[in-house]
Design a protein around this ligand. Structure first.
Ligand code: NAP
Length: 283
């Protein structure tokens, strides 16, 4: 039976650490501030934004929401970002993606000041991650690393396989495992013999966007299996991309969905915002 990696508890621990540091920073006259921009009325984006605002309040941050209609022009959105870039009381800016049709995710990402880019999506921050000299890490892969660290899963010298190569999860995930001296293979939709590659993994990370994609025959006994998936099953219930019931008896450690990687993403956003506030105020 695998150790269940408790993302809820680890996320709460990270957020408590952020809250304690925030309280100390406030004594020095600095309150970390996060601006959250949401364009349009996508229900999933609305849930994510509400959760982020709630987390900010819990750790003692100042947060501001900018809810714009779906027909917002690029000019309006970019001028809001320029205003937020210039504000001293806002240390982090995030724009909930994907944007409605007609607006460019890329242009928005590039418009956010790299110092306030708490999602770490800006090309400048991506470059820093590549060379291993970074202030911000993208929240989901950073959350996975935190889970591994706090569960005592060693990466050094291990075979690590990441399924998925997106810019926000798969690629940075692979870089972080590499920085910790894992031997990393990145798989994608054109990979041949995927199951055989996955079976070599001591650490297997699934970020593929397909429910129950990772089956028992793809897992090496004793492997740490990390499920990044946030999918909906046929009944609309949140589910991951690892067939949990079949894989759990084989794995050495495993994240559940919900309660695994999901809660870590917001915790790491709080951590990045605190880092941004400290950087910008020289604290
Ligand atoms: P994405 O942009 O759709 O990328 C999916 C990746 O999986 C792509 O690289 C794709 O390969 C690969 N893939 C698709 N089908 C495959 C197959 N049959 N075999 C091997 N690889 C395959 O997704 P994402 O944004 O990275 O997200 C991945 C998952 O993480 C989703 O479930 C998402 O909801 C979840 N997620 C969770 C959080 C969180 O907070 N927990 C945050 C972000 C994302 P190609 O590149 O070849 O197309």
């Amino acid at each position: 039976m695998a150790i269940q990696i408790d993302g809820k508890a680890i996320s709460a621990a990270v957020r408590a650490e952020v809250a304690a540091e925030t309280a100390a920073l406030k004594q020095e006259g600095v309150t970390p501030g996060l601006a959250v921009i949401i364009v349009g009325d996508d229900p999933a984006s609305r849930v994510y934004v509400n959760n982020k605002k709630k987390a900010c309040a819990e750790v003692g941050f100042h947060s501001e929401e900018f809810a714009l209609p779906a027909d917002t022009t690029e000019e309006t959105l970019l001028s809001l970002i320029a205003e937020l870039n210039a504000r001293k009381d806002i240390h982090g800016i995030l724009c909930q993606l994907p944007l409605p049709k007609g607006l460019s995710d890329k242009k928005v990402i590039e418009a956010i000041s790299p110092q306030k880019d708490v999602d770490a999506f800006h090309a400048e921050n991506v470059g820093h991650i590549m060379i291993g000299d970074y202030q911000f890490l993208p929240c989901t892969p950073a959350g996975v690393m935190e889970l591994l660290h706090r569960t005592g899963v060693e990466v050094e010298g291990k075979r690590c396989v990441v399924i998925g190569r997106s810019n926000i999860v798969g690629k940075p995930m692979a870089m972080l495992l590499l920085h910790e001296n894992g031997t990393v293979t990145v798989c994608h939709s054109r990979t041949r013999d995927l199951a055989a590659i996955c079976r070599e993994a001591d650490v297997l990370v699934a970020a593929v966007g397909k429910p129950k994609f990772v089956t028992a025959d793809m897992v090496k006994p004793g492997a740490a299996v990390i499920d990044v998936g946030m999918n909906r099953d046929e009944n609309g219930k949140l589910c991951g991309e690892v067939d949990f019931d079949a894989v759990e008896p084989i794995a050495g450690a495993i994240t559940p969905v919900p309660g695994g990687v999901g809660p870590m993403t917001i915790a790491m956003l709080m951590k990045n915002t605190l880092t941004a506030a400290k950087m910008q105020t020289g604290k």
